[in-house]
Design a protein around this ligand. Structure first.
Ligand code: DX5
Ligand code: ZN
Length: 214
């Protein structure tokens, strides 16, 4: 299992040091949650903050946009150094245009589905994207409980991808820790995001190693 610590749970008073700490702890990706206070009821940080910490590590940046109009801001997040940009299928942007915009910048594109959104919502785009991110909590806040009933979406998406003859990376996000990651692994998830599971652990390196072993 690949592990993407969510910087939402880091100490924002020293975000740069936290990025370096996660690099040394063996993070496979850095997961950066961008929230606009409109698409979700919380505000975090934007492209300038991501840009400020990008030079501190070579670990790929997985930028999760929880914003109403992702298309408008793709250039900013590309310039900030995103390696993967995921945005919500429920957002207001033209989905196909947004995917094409991300790819035209040489960045990997992914679609995110909220808990109430069925797997089918991403089927028309599977050929064009690198990743599907399945939310296992309602987006907006860290530290919520894992929704196990989201896991059937993994095999649904895998089967549809096979039908279409494409391969897809599947990531899950929300409430993932040592108690819940086993289920994610059994379901066939490739990358797990973990915020509190990594940042609230006494030793982040050991926490990541334990999570990765699943
Ligand atoms: C929630 C974010 C998640 C969150 C995960 O909207 O997308 O990435 O930070 O945090 P935990 O692992 O604490 O649920
Ligand atoms: Zn996220």
């Amino acid at each position: 299992m690949k592990i993407a610590p969510s910087m939402l749970s880091c100490d924002f008073s020293k975000m740069g040091e936290e990025i370096i700490r996660m690099d040394r702890a063996g993070a496979d990706y850095m997961h950066l949650d961008v929230m606009d206070g409109a698409f979700v009821p919380n505000i975090t940080f934007g492209a300038p903050v991501i840009k400020a910490v990008r030079g501190l590590t070579d670990v790929p940046f997985d930028v999760h946009l929880m914003i109403d109009n992702p298309l408008k801001y793709i250039d900013d997040f590309v310039n900030a150094g995103a390696d993967i940009i995921t945005f919500h299928v429920e957002a207001k942007s033209d989905i196909r245009a947004t995917i094409e915009k991300i790819k035209s910048c040489g960045v990997k594109a992914g679609l995110v589905i909220k808990p109430n959104t069925p797997a089918e919502a991403v089927y028309p785009y599977l050929k064009d994207i690198y990743m599907v991110l399945i939310m296992t909590v309602e987006p907006g806040f860290g530290g919520q409980s894992f929704m196990e009933d989201m896991l059937p979406k993994v095999s649904e998406i895998r089967e549809e991808a096979e039908r279409q003859g494409v391969s897809i990376v599947i990531e899950a996000d929300g409430g993932i820790n040592e108690k819940t990651i086993g289920k994610c692994s059994e379901a066939g998830i490739d990358i797990c995001v973990s915020g509190t599971g990594v940042f609230k652990a006494e030793n982040a390196k050991e926490a990541i190693e334990r999570l990765r072993a699943f």
